[in-house]
Design a protein around this ligand. Structure first.
Ligand SMILES: O=C(O)CNC(=O)c1n[nH]c2ccccc2c1=O
Ligand SMILES: [Fe+2]
Length: 215
């Protein structure tokens, strides 16, 4: 109905204003309860179905300590790319459209950024065997990506028990952002050298869907 769409429009604009203020000021923005429990669960179920169907890549091999004899074959994060139009990915498509709607309303309000495109959605799973993602910058060499947008799907996540925190070390600041990968949480951050970050060792299956926006 008109009411539904006008409410949605208003909320999207409010989220965009919040995201622009946070990004311009801190370079990082967290939005909780982005899509609500119902839609979040539908997305989680589609991701779990894809995982069960074996559609994720083989994780990179994380050999144990360098040079040690016992090459423990620890699989790293596994991932698959989705454009959201595939059979069984409709809800992921809805998520990406919702991310786009917020980013579109940021037009002209982000410092030195004019978004003009994005990647497909990368669905990533940390299998929960102590897998981590070492400290890195998503776009260290100006490959065009300006904003990293991550949606987390992890119900009842307890960082004390399961680890899996995203740690961001904003350049030039002595503060660290520790972000729990909790269900229905949306995160934006600048993709360039301003935001070195790492995924701490995860001890429970940890799902995230990432889109990178280009300018
Ligand atoms: O999941 C998170 O909280 C943060 N995640 C990352 O920073 C991250 N960054 N770059 C990647 C490239 C290929 C595969 C996975 C990744 C990846 O999880
Ligand atoms: Fe990253």
């Amino acid at each position: 109905s008109k009411t539904y769409f006008s409410v949605l429009e208003t909320r999207t604009k409010m989220l965009a204003d919040y995201a622009c203020n946070c990004l311009n000021r801190y370079g990082v923005c967290v939005i909780d309860n982005f899509l609500g429990n119902g839609k979040g669960l539908e997305i989680l179920e589609q991701v779990q179905d894809m995982h069960r169907a074996g559609l994720f890549t083989e994780g990179q091999l994380m050999n144990s300590e360098r040079g040690s004899s016992n090459l423990k074959h620890v699989r790293g994060d596994v991932l698959t790319w989705v454009d959201g139009g595939e059979e069984g990915c409709e809800d992921i498509g809805f998520l990406v459209s919702s991310m786009d709607a917020v980013i579109l309303k940021c037009a002209g309000k982000l410092t030195n950024v004019n978004v003009n495109g994005r990647t497909k959605a990368m669905v990533a799973c940390y299998p929960g065997n102590g897998t981590q993602y070492l400290r890195h910058v998503d776009n260290p060499n100006d490959d065009g990506r300006c904003i990293t947008c991550i949606y987390y799907l992890n119900k009842n996540w307890e960082a004390k028990k399961y680890g899996g925190l995203l740690r961001i070390y904003p350049e030039g600041q002595d503060r660290v952002a520790s972000i729990e990968p909790v269900f229905d949480r949306l995160l934006f951050f600048w993709s360039d050298r301003r935001n070195p970050h790492e995924v701490m060792k995860a001890f429970k299956t940890r799902y995230a869907i990432t889109v990178w926006y280009y300018d």
